[in-house]
Design a protein around this ligand. Structure first.
Ligand code: 5GP
Ligand code: MG
Length: 193
């Protein structure tokens, strides 16, 4: 059985996504020239975007990974954010941290991560998100993304790292599933992005 039969509509093709990663990679290379760039990918959702983005960055940089969870299975956020892994870079003093995320939704995850890195003394903390859903932002969230691949309307998208019930991350494009797929799958385990 192919995953493709669960797809309702493709929003961003492989070509669109390659262009986005390229555009942002070039902008970041320009903006962080002569800085001490540490790119932090938020697992798991941003991993494919991260792989493409980092190969479009032409300046020296370090990479790291962190795991944050807020989503329960399904399409609604639980509201609580937990950060389960630490960076392998223990002392972030002097680093210009760029957090790479798959999608900025309520913004609670990136608010929490930005607060953590700022408190630990990073030289700067900025955000690069592949997708942004500005309509969904929690009013208490203060962070603003510096780099945005594309804005999406308020629909639950999958593919290119983004999951539904941990599946569909391996689709090479971003799209939405047929309504019956969202409706039939229900589980309640906490998931990592
Ligand atoms: P926030 O803390 O901004 O509400 O949560 C962001 C996280 O929620 C994203 O990293 C992603 O894991 C998940 N998320 C938000 N919207 C979507 C969506 O449309 N599709 C998928 N697959 N995940 C989403
Ligand atoms: Mg995520």
């Amino acid at each position: 059985m192919s995953m493709l039969q669960d797809i309702q509509e493709v929003f961003y093709s492989q070509e669109d996504l390659a262009q986005i990663a390229n555009r942002l990679g070039h902008q970041i290379s320009h903006d962080y020239k002569d800085r001490n760039l540490l790119i932090v990918s938020v697992l798991k959702g941003s991993v494919i975007f991260m792989a493409d983005l980092m190969r479009s960055i032409t300046i020296p940089c370090k990479i790291d990974f962190i795991t944050a969870s807020s989503y329960h299975a399904g399409t609604e956020s639980s509201g609580k954010v937990s950060v389960t892994d630490e960076l392998s870079v223990k002392d972030v003093h002097g680093y210009d941290i760029l957090i790479v995320e798959d999608i900025l939704d309520t913004g609670r995850t990136l608010q929490k991560l930005s607060d953590i890195f700022n408190k630990k003394g990073a030289a700067s903390v900025k955000i690069c998100t592949l997708l942004d859903k500005p309509e969904r932002r929690d009013p208490s969230v203060r962070i603003k993304p510096t780099y945005v691949g594309a804005e999406v309307r308020n629909e639950f998208v999958v593919g290119y790292g983004l999951d539904f019930d941990q599946k569909y991350r391996n689709l090479p494009f971003i799209g939405i599933l047929k309504p019956e797929v969202y409706n039939t799958e229900t589980q309640n385990e906490e998931e990592s992005h």
